[in-house]
Design a protein around this ligand. Structure first.
Ligand code: NDP
Length: 482
């Protein structure tokens, strides 16, 4: 039905080994055996990218616009088909899978339009008769390294601006989601992009990933994944002084204050903490509640969680699918024990679930009575676990929210404009929400975090040009005529 190979220099190619892609909703189903690239295939991909980029950088805006529109429209048209594939291999529910593929298409059509809007700057020099032109040029060959939790949208938000700004790409998708990667690569191949402009090398981080990040022939690396991998990539990039952009872990707080509308609070907390099994970098993994509404909030959360339907990702009534694989499930369950061991009280959930098909199912978990120093509240779990922290008042809640090594998103639920404004200005995160879940971001505005959540320029929207281009300043003497 679809290719299960690497894509290098415009061709689908085998690798020295293969890896099975397993459906986490039904582990009996093997979606495909995907070729793994060898380390020696990475330089081949980089050479192909370099060759294609040397032409693409001079391509006129309409050529880029046309190819990006083709890819974006194809993704939107095929969002039902590829969304189902995504849900089968990653485990998010069907509406989430389809919505993600559609959103991936929107990244491409957005950057298609941006290509036509690009402008430079022209000014007079301080020297008479001299003009200064400031323009942006591509960085060159970009290594794109992506995680498994958004198999289509996340590569799209890196590939689309890379191509739009005249770069070529060598892309290493996460090992757990090769089918969605191959589907996106097929759509890219079917477009008018030149062969070799986007190359896809499947394979592990230890082999293919390392070959990419240590290569002196890569001009820039964009990475989304865990903090530990990010630190390793930063080390490798430092050796070659490779330009770097990274989005990493998080411990996003949802703050609920005494004047909050509790229906909004509970709906945002359930959505932000548990949808997509909490496998979002923007998930609410801490909920800070002031004492006046703490007990009622917890009771309402428990009631809402009792109604959640956890099941096979493709079943119509499933609100939450399985965890992505057995390792992530084991990690989630270990944090249930870590939380309990540290003295937090498990209000509900946290146990493995059995369903009609064998899969990695678990009940979303709610803790109370913890403090912010516990490992449960400091380390990213990346699962459907959250802890309600009791705060004395708003100032205490804000202090708890900011007391973390991370800084991606935060949210406050309040009916007070002045409190919302104060929180927006004092929350130390890259994205702040008011009366909304901590998750859920747009594609036309910047996305990124502070502290250990991010490194380098912002992604998405126009801000992406900071990473995908380099600035040139040209001085031009008009001579006698000036
Ligand atoms: P990992 O860091 O384990 O992996 C991310 C990618 O890096 C994968 O493609 C992986 O390959 C690759 N990789 C691993 N080791 C190396 C290496 N030494 N050199 C080069 N590449 C390497 O993260 P996960 O895939 O497990 O994703 C979950 C993490 O991603 C969470 O911590 C989450 O917070 C973060 N994330 C952050 C987001 C943000 O915007 N801040 C958004 C989404 C996720 P392989 O698959 O083969 O291991």
């Amino acid at each position: 039905m679809f290719e299960t190979r690497n894509h290098i220099d415009g061709r689908w190619v085998e690798g020295p080994s293969t890896l099975p892609d397993i459906n986490p909703s039904d582990t009996r189903e093997v979606i495909g055996e995907f070729a793994q690239a060898g380390e020696d295939q990475v330089p081949e991909a980089i050479t192909a990218a370099r060759r294609a980029q040397s032409q693409w950088q001079w391509s006129p805006p309409e050529t880029r616009y046309g190819a990006l529109m083709q890819i974006g429209n194809a993704l939107m048209e095929r969002s039902a088909e590829f969304g189902e594939l995504l849900s089968r291999e990653e485990g998010k529910t069907l509406p989430e899978g389809k919505g993600e593929v559609y959103r991936a298409g929107q990244f491409f059509t957005y950057y298609a339009a941006e290509v036509l809007r690009r402008m430079g700057d022209l000014t007079d020099s301080v020297r008479p008769g001299v003009e200064v032109l400031v323009s942006r040029e591509p960085v060159g060959v970009v290594a794109v390294i992506t995680p498994w939790n958004f198999p289509t949208a996340l590569p799209a938000w890196k590939l689309a601006p890379a191509i739009a700004h005249g770069n070529a790409v060598v892309w290493k998708p996460a090992s757990l989601v090769p089918a969605s990667a191959a589907a996106l690569m097929q759509i890219i191949e079917d477009s008018d992009l030149p062969p070799g402009l986007v190359n896809m090398v499947l394979g592990s981080g230890r082999t293919v990933g390392e070959a990419l990040i240590t290569s002196p022939d890569i001009d820039a690396i964009t990475f989304t994944g865990s903090l530990a991998t990010g630190r390793r990539i930063a080390e490798a990039a430092a050796v070659n002084l490779t330009k770097l952009q990274m989005e990493m872990g998080s411990k996003n707080p949802l703050v609920v204050v005494d004047d909050a509308d509790l229906d909004t609070a509970v709906s945002c907390a359930v959505n932000g903490s548990f949808f997509s099994m909490g496998q979002k970098c923007t998930a609410s993994s801490r909920i800070v509640v002031t004492r006046g509404v703490h007990d009622e909030f917890v009771a309402r959360m428990q009631a809402a969680m009792d109604r959640l339907v956890i099941g096979h990702a493709l079943e119509a009534d499933s609100q939450i699918g399985p965890v992505v694989d057995e390792h992530q499930l084991a990690r989630n369950l270990s944090y249930i024990e870590i939380g309990r061991g540290d003295g937090a009280e498990l209000v509900c959930g946290g146990e493995p679930l059995e369903r009609a098909t064998p899969g990695h199912y678990m009940a979303p978990a709610l803790f109370v009575g913890g403090d912010n120093a516990m490992r449960l509240n400091r380390e990213e779990v990346f699962g459907p676990l959250t802890c309600v922290l009791r705060a004395d008042d708003y100032d205490h809640a804000l202090a708890l929210a900011n007391d973390t090594e991370f800084g991606l998103t935060s949210s406050i639920i309040t009916t007070s404009l002045s409190r919302a404004t104060h929180f927006r200005r004092h929350s130390r995160t890259g994205c702040v929400m008011v009366n909304l879940p901590t998750s859920g971001t747009d594609y036309h505005v910047p996305f990124g975090g502070r502290k250990n959540s991010s490194f380098g320029p912002r992604e998405q929207g126009r801000h992406a040009e900071e990473f995908y281009t380099q600035v040139k300043t040209a001085y031009v003497s008009a001579g006698q005529a000036g």
